[in-house]
Design a protein around this ligand. Sequence first.
Ligand SMILES: Nc1ncnc2c1ncn2[C@@H]1O[C@H](COP(=O)(O)OP(=O)(O)OP(=O)(O)O)[C@@H](O)[C@H]1O
Ligand SMILES: [Mg+2]
Length: 253
Amino acid sequence: MSPVVAVANQKGGVGKTTTTHSLGEAMAEQGRRVLLVDLDPQACLSYAAGLDPESLPASLHDVLIGRDSAHNVVVTAGRCSILPASIDLAGSEIALATKVGREHALGRALADIRAEFDIVLIDCPPSLGILTINGLTAADAVVIPLQCETLSHRGVGQLLETIADVRAYAKPDLAVLGAIPTMFDSRSRHPREIAADVAARYGLRVFEPAVPRSIRFAEAPASGASILDHAPKSRGAEAYRELARQITEALAP
Ligand SMILES: Nc1ncnc2c1ncn2[C@@H]1O[C@H](COP(=O)(O)OP(=O)(O)OP(=O)(O)O)[C@@H](O)[C@H]1O
Ligand SMILES: [Mg+2]
């Protein structure tokens, strides 16, 4: 069964969407059939992948509320396939809130499509609400993008507690693969110290290389392509290619 990986951190702007998109494109470049899932009502991943979230006939929202199947909603974007988001997804939270088994909606929706892919990557929204819980429950493993700055470890503890809850109530074998340092400034000692602190404090693997901070990442979404096409030879693109290889390896049985 193809592994499902949730890219999660409830802190905003730490690089979840960029990491999901770049890892997905890198894994596709490496010959994998990749499904991206945009679980954020802001639809940034869908936009970054070159789609216009406002003009899509259907989105993940329709799938989560049982109005449409994942097969009908999936579209191709770059080298990947994607279940796109729309602002309607904000309504999914409300619609799911009163449903029994609400945390399983995404897992159920993916069940009939994941066999067509080698890997599924879920871009979670910046909250620990019902959408992120759905992402974690659907997942076999989690990666945590981490912007290494003061206090960034506090959010990690809270996220790990939520993951422990998901394990206890829904998904006993949910694995945490590790943290990916993003927007990393290698000239300063501080980020390295924080990465080491997070690794020690939580017993987390901190992936290397860290993803360097670069303006090329900020430019990429407007071009509808990931860093791998926007700046294919950049250090950022190379970092995500190497991280994709390591994550694929970590997922292998
Ligand atoms: N390595 C990097 N260097 C410089 N800028 C980056 C890097 N990675 C991401 N960015 C930029 O930082 C901003 C936030 O990144 P991104 O949208 O991936 O974070 P996010 O965690 O998904 O945010 P949100 O919590 O809002 O969903 C974006 O403008 C993105 O282009
Ligand atoms: Mg995002």
